[in-house]
Design a protein around this ligand. Sequence first.
Ligand code: NDP
Ligand code: 8X3
Length: 259
Amino acid sequence: MSWQQSLKNKTVLITGASSGIGAAAARKFASEGANLILLARRLDRLEALSAELEKQYHIKCLPIKCDVTKLAEVQSLEKILQKNPVDILLNNAGLAVGTEKIQDADPADWELMIDTNVKGLLYLTRLVLPKMIERDSGHIINIGSIAGHGIYEGGAVYCASKTAVDVITRSLRLDLFGTQVRVSEVSPGLIETEFSLVRYKGDAVKAKNLYDYTIPLTVEDIAEIIIYCASAPPHVNISEVVVWPTLQAGIGKVAAKKQ
Ligand code: NDP
Ligand code: 8X3
C-alpha cells in the first residue's frame, strides 16, 4: 500500500493557474484525478487549460476570472465554494515587478507586489478557512520563495512580500492549532516561467538570457513537490520545502551551465 493518500475527487483551488507553476500544478493535480477551481486574470488561458484537462483526465474544472488583489472579487467566490468545498488551496498567484532600488522604484510596483503576494494570499485563505475548520480537514499550500529567506539588491519589496508569506504560513499553523487543517510552504529558487518577463516589464531577451545561462528548475519539478506535500497522509504536515536548481547555491549565486 502506498504511503501517500489519493487525491482523486479532491477539490483543489489554484490561484495563478494561467501560467507557470499554477498551470503545471493544475495539470499534475488533474492527472491524479482531482477536480479543479482555477483562478487568474487571463480567463482565455484558464478556459483553454480547463478544456484540455477535462478532456484528458475526465475531471471537473471551473475556470474563473479573478484578480486576487480585489477583495470583493475574491469574496464573490463564496457561493461557488459553498457548492464546491475546497480540500486544497494552492496560493500561487504572485509576481515581482521591477528591479530598481528603493530610491528609484515606482511605488505602484510595490503596491502590486504587496497586494498580490501578501494580501491576495490572505484574502483567499480567509475565504476558504472557515469551511475547512468546520470540516476539520483541508490543506493550504503557499508558494513562497528563496526570496523569503534572504535579500538582494533591488529586491527589497519582493523579498519582503515572500518573507511575509513565510511568516503568515508559520503563524497560520499556530492559529489552526488543534485542528486537522494543514499548512505548507513550497519555496523555490530559479524556475523558468513568465516570472522574469513580468519582473523585467516585458523585456523578453533579458528574461530568456537569465534562463539560458544556467539550468533552472522547471514548473514540473515544483508541481511534483506540491503533489508530494498534498498527498502526504492526513496526520503528516510538511511545513516547508526549499528547493534550488543544482547550479544555484544562494540568492544571486547562479552558475553557468557547461556548454
Ligand atoms: P508566472 O508569471 O508564470 O505565473 C504567475 C501567475 O500569477 C499567473 O498565472 C498570473 O495570472 C497570476 N497572477 C498574477 N497576478 C494575479 C492577480 N492579481 N490575480 C490573479 N492571478 C494573478 O510566474 P510563476 O509561475 O513563476 O509564479 C508563481 C509563483 O511562484 C509566484 O508566487 C512567484 O513569486 C513564485 N516563485 C517563482 C519563482 C521563479 O523563479 N519563477 C521562484 C520562487 C517563487 P494572470 O496574469 O492571468 O492573472
Ligand atoms: C523568485 C526567486 O531569486 O528571483 O522568487 O527572487 S528570486
